[in-house]
Ligand binder design. Structure first.
Ligand code: PPS
Length: 331
């Protein structure tokens, strides 16, 4: 029987949706497996199909891509600040007064979910900046275009904990809380959150190897170590390299500070209110630590995740350092 969310869809989409595999959802009653990945809600599924049908990529577009909870907010802010650095003064910057998800908007959670078609709007000056969690093979015209994709990936241990925390803050009360054990089991089965996570990451990883001028791959942990270095990579990749004068004037450092977790978390605009899908902005900023997973995982969970990573990523050339090392009492 169709549930409430499914009934809300237009007829054009309902039939397709009802033919898809579905599972209990993370943030809605159900989620749906479409083109091999999990759409978090029926509405998101409809938005994704609309995006695929209508969006016409331009070579000048820049797309921030990621799995949820991998550093999307951070990379959006860095990209927006870099592209627009000649338009705005750092002390009076839109990132200080707007949540960055309103400045770099998601195709599937925002634009196409709200019937906003960027190809027919003057609100998107070139280069147009967008964001998405959709896996690379399902990106429609973007795949054939020359546009630039910047992808951020985070070690699956911390990504899972961050996702589980966020989901429990965001689920409707009627769905109750999702236990750590159940969430972990589903995550490891690849169910949910635009995953399986390994497919989402590897899709962009292999594209970044095939087309390095079009897809740039970041690791959250590397960015945490040296954000200025990665900001320079980003600027070069999107053809926004900084002049010598800008470098001397510390523009990289200014942008890194503006986009830092400490700055963004403290902003009034990020403390209250909601962003896409009525989710609370303050849930976007938790700890931003590398290795926090160790406070949640049991030794058995660590073993299962490590084996899974070895099985799925072995031979791809993409590795995740386990940070921190295992606690002594686990040995
Ligand atoms: S979302 O909802 O998919 O856009 O979330 P996403 O931004 O990908 O991930 C949220 C986690 O990133 C941390 N975060 C940051 N880290 C570094 N710098 C900045 N500016 C920043 N902003 C958010 C955030 O705290 C989440 O990680 P956890 O581990 O849960 O703290």
């Amino acid at each position: 029987m169709a549930d409430h969310e499914e009934k809300n869809l237009s007829n054009e989409y309902k039939e397709l949706l009802l033919s898809l595999p579905k599972e209990r959802g993370w943030i809605a009653r159900h989620e749906y497996q479409y083109q091999g990945f999990w759409c978090p809600t029926a509405d998101t599924f409809q938005a994704i199909v609309n995006f695929q049908k209508h969006f016409q990529a331009r070579d000048s577009d820049i797309v921030v891509a990621s799995l949820p909870k991998s550093g999307t907010t951070w990379l959006k802010a860095l990209t927006f600040a870099t592209v627009n650095r000649h338009r705005f003064d750092i002390k009076n910057h839109p990132l200080l007064t707007s949540n960055c998800h309103n400045l770099v908007r998601f195709f599937e959670l925002d634009l196409y979910a709200n019937n906003q078609f960027p190809d027919f709007s003057s609100n998107f000056p070139e280069p147009r900046l967008f964001a998405t969690h959709i896996p690379f093979p399902s990106l429609g015209t973007i795949k054939e275009s020359n546009c630039k994709i910047v992808y951020v990936c985070r070690n699956p241990f911390d990504t899972f904990v961050s996702f589980w925390y966020f989901v429990n803050k965001s689920r409707p009360q009627s769905l109750g809380q999702l236990s750590l054990d159940e969430a972990f089991d589903r995550y490891c089965q690849g169910i949910g959150g635009y995953g399986p996570f390994w497919d989402n990451i590897l899709g962009y990883w292999s594209e970044s190897l095939k087309r390095p001028n079009n897809v740039l791959f970041f690791k959250y942990e590397d960015m945490k170590k040296d954000v200025v270095y990665h900001l320079k990579r980003l600027a070069k990749f999107i053809d926004c390299s900084f002049s010598e004068e800008e470098e001397c004037n510390g523009v990289f450092e200014d942008i890194a500070k503006l986009c830092s977790f400490d700055t963004m978390k403290k902003l009034e605009i990020n403390k209250t209110g909601t962003f896409v899908m009525n989710l609370e902005k303050k849930s976007l900023f938790r700890k931003a630590e590398v290795g926090d997973w160790v406070n949640y995982f049991t030794p058995e969970m660590e073993e299962r995740m490590s084996k899974l990573i070895e099985e799925k990523f072995g031979g791809s050339g993409l590795t995740f350092k386990r940070i921190p090392e295992l606690p002594a009492e686990w040995n």
